[in-house]
Structures are given as C-alpha cells and as structure tokens.
Design a protein around this ligand. Structure first.
Ligand code: SF4
Ligand code: SF4
Length: 438
C-alpha cells in the first residue's frame, strides 16, 4: 500500500538509535526551578505569588493573562526566591518566577476529579485551559483555544502528530510505547468535543512497533484510525501532516480548522488525558537528551522548570566536548550558548554534538542546481526568496509567497553550495509577519 506523504522534503541522518531503546527515566531536580511567565503564544501569565511564599507541587503560581494565554504551576515544593527576568533557550530574557527547591516534593491536595460522564464540552475545555496545556510540538499555542474553533461542527478530523520526524528525537516514540493508553484516552477526550470528528494517529513508518501497538489497542474504536506515513522530514509539520493524512491543502492564511482539522502532538494529548481523567495540571515534559557528545543518551520525565545543565549531568555528562548544543532537533531547534536555562512547556530535547557541521560550512556561489526547489515542501523557490531577503526586498519576498515557507530547513540542508537559505528566509519572514500583524 502506498504510504502517505507530501511533495518535497529530505532524509537527514536520523540519529534516533542513540536513545530509542531506553525506557523513560524520572529525573528528580535538585537545583532552583525557573518558570518563565511566557512559555506560550499569547499574553504572558500573571504571577500570583510573591517573594518568600512557600509553594507546593501542583500549586498555581501564575494565572492566565487573557483568553490566549496559559497558567503556570510549580512542579516542586519550596520557596519563591525571586520574580525577575531570566534567560530562556532563545537567548532572550523573560520575566520568571524562581523557586528554591526544598527537595521534599510536597504536593497539594488535588480537587476531587468530577465524574467524566457528567462533564459538558465547556467543562472539559475549562479543565484543559486551567491545566495550563499548550501545543507541545513547538508552537506553544494554548490548547483550549485551539479546541474552540469558530465552527466546531465543521471539524471532521483530529490528527495526532505521532510522526516525530526531527532527527535524534525519540521522546514521542517512547511515549507511544510506554503510555499508549493515555495517548488513545486523550484522543478520545478530544473527539468527545466534536460531534463529527474522527481521530487519526499519524505515525512515520520507521516506527513499525508503535503502528502495530496502536492498531492493536484501537481495533475496536470505530472513530480512530492509525495511519502509516512515509518517513521523510518534515512529515510532522502541521500543513504536511494534514495533506498526507486527508489530502487537504492549507496555506499561511488558513488555520487547520479552516480545512476541518485540529492537529495536536503526542505530549499535548497525553496532557489532556492527565488533566481531564486524572485531574493533574501540566507539570512534566519528556525530554530526549542525546547526541554523540553525551555519555548516556536517554529520555527523561522532567519537571518543568528544571535547569538544562542538570539534565546533562543526569545523562552522565559530556564524554567529549560539544561543539554545538541545540534545544530541540537539528533541523528546527535553537542553538544554545548557555545551559543555565529552564526546561519549559515547549522543550522537547537537548542535542549535544561534537561537530558543528553547519558553522564550518563556507557558502559558495549558487550553481543554479535547483535542489533547494526540489526539497522545498512549501513549494516556493528558496534560492530566490533568500536573495530577496538578503536585499531586504520585503515586497517581492511576499509576492513570491515567502510567507508560505514553514522554516523547515530542507533547502539549506539540500544546498550543495551550503548557502544559509533558511536563515535568510526566516529573518525576512519575521519582519514581514510583524508588518502584517500591524
Ligand atoms: S523555503 Fe522554507 S519551506 Fe522551503 S525548504 Fe526552505 S525552509 Fe523549508
Ligand atoms: S540548492 Fe543552492 S546552489 Fe542549488 S539552486 Fe538552490 S541555492 Fe543555488
């Protein structure tokens, strides 16, 4: 049977063998915990604690700052040490609540879980909003807002992104194998919000064990299908996932809901299960710590707020000096210059590589080979867009569909002249999008 896919894309070295066979380990943090008030798209959360306050695990420390926002909870017990700007993975400073971790992990008494069958659609959405859940595939959009499209009756697919197409990352893979019931349970909760929707668990075919397991567990679920996708980067990008699974195309002016779809990633759906079925707010992330510089690559269940440097030590430290450290995967992650930053709701991986292939690349003139065009899943002409971006020609950049780029990095990866195409296009998109918003 033909495997589902999209046009364009690349096949980078996947590096998943380093960590995929290891079970998720719980990491118990020892140092201070840092909670940026802005871990999501939208208004920052508003602190409701003060310096000197004692807090417990599961305690609300910052409430949502508006409709498009998300609350923040402490994942440790301890004392609020400061509320001040702290550096985050992107290198920016963000207002944060700093908690001195007392190592006791004393937990609040969670309110009684309401009987699931008695919950209305509005109740479930409120629980998801109150739990602080955001899109944990990287976008960081508050999940409760995503689950309230203008026309809920027109949603006919809820697609769970189980592709995990970024090289080296294996946290979704491990969760599918270790917590499949929660994944399916979270999807069923999501489906209960939409009368006409069917669920799709979309998995790349390099994870046959997950496909088999999920098919077995959903064989009696009329509304859920497991679909195998061709292994190709960026299969997990929202647009390409929708196209591959439903044949529907969306562009930069549309939301997935405009094509009748809602897309969530594995961690987000498990967080929905934890909130609605188990009554727990979002406190943890599964983080892959990997790369050839790490002694013992693995996946950790990490309390949000934990310092990245602690995770390196927990993975046995560096066996070789890393030349490059990335938060996330090699294609779309952020290069990190300081490990002293917190794991947030949007963190997925820490990748430590002994060779920084990219910065060693000396770009040479374009040879007009067309490989960037062939690789581009956004169906634009990366070479031209990068030239326009380098000339700051925003008008023609927008005319030539520069906003349709999903910043996947395939063009740079494919370019034999090692031109930093994505970097140029990304910078121009940022400017053009900010002008569009105004
Ligand atoms: S132009 Fe954008 S969408 Fe196309 S390959 Fe480059 S980064 Fe990806
Ligand atoms: S892949 Fe590189 S060398 Fe080839 S056309 Fe594109 S920019 Fe030019």
């Amino acid at each position: 049977m033909a495997r589902l896919t999209f046009v364009g894309g690349v096949h980078p070295h996947d590096g998943k063998e380093l960590s995929k066979a290891k079970r998720i380990k719980d990491y118990v943090p020892t140092g201070d915990m840092v909670y940026p008030l802005s871990q999501h798209i939208g208004a920052p959360a508003e602190s409701i604690v003060s310096k000197g306050d004692r807090v417990l695990v599961g305690q609300l420390i910052a409430k949502a700052g508006g409709f498009v926002s998300a609350p923040v909870y402490s994942a440790v017990s301890g004392t609020v040490k400061a509320i001040e700007p702290r550096r985050v993975v992107t290198g920016e400073e963000k207002m944060s609540i700093v908690i001195e971790n007392d190592g006791l992990f004393e937990e609040i008494e969670y309110p009684q879980i309401p009987d699931y069958d008695s919950l209305s659609r509005e109740d479930k959405i409120k629980i998801i909003a109150d739990a602080g859940i955001i899109g944990m595939g990287g976008a960081g959009f508050p999940t409760a807002v995503k689950l309230q499209p203008k026309e809920p009756d027109k949603i006919d697919y809820i697609i769970i992104n189980c592709a995990e197409c970024e090289p080296y990352l294996t946290s979704d893979y491990r969760k599918m194998l270790e917590e499949p019931e929660k994944l399916i349970g979270g999807l069923k909760v999501s489906l209960s919000l939409f009368d006409n929707a069917r669920g799709i668990l979309a998995v790349e075919d390099n994870k046959p064990d997950c496909i088999e397991l999920l098919k077995k567990l959903t064989k009696d679920e009329d509304k859920i299908t497991v679909k195998a996708l061709k292994t190709k980067y960026p299969q997990g990008s929202e647009r390409h996932l929708i196209y591959a699974t439903t044949g529907r195309a969306i562009n930069s002016k549309m939301l997935p809901a405009d094509a009748g779809c809602i897309v969530n990633n594995v961690d987000t759906v498990i967080a929905i299960y934890n909130a609605v079925i188990e009554g727990r707010p979002l406190l943890y992330r599964i983080v892959t710590v990997t790369g050839d510089a790490i002694s013992d690559p693995c996946n950790f269940r990490v309390r949000i707020g934990t310092n990245y440097a602690e995770l390196v030590d927990a993975a046995g430290g560096f066996k070789k000096t890393p030349e490059k450290i990335i938060s996330g995967g090699p294609m779309m992650g952020f290069a990190m210059f300081d490990l002293n930053v917190p794991i947030t709701k949007a963190s997925s991986a820490l990748l430590c590589l002994t060779k920084d292939e990219v910065s060693k690349n000396e770009p040479t003139p374009c040879i007009n080979c067309g490989r960037c065009v062939e690789a581009c899943p956004g169906r634009v002409v990366p070479k031209l867009l990068a030239e326009l971006a380098d000339r700051h020609d925003e008008e023609n950049f927008v005319k030539l569909n520069g906003l349709e780029c999903c910043e996947c990095g395939c063009c740079s990866y494919a370019c034999p002249a090692k031109r930093p195409l994505t970097q140029s296009i990304k910078s121009m998109r940022k400017v053009a999008l900010s002008h569009k918003k105004k």
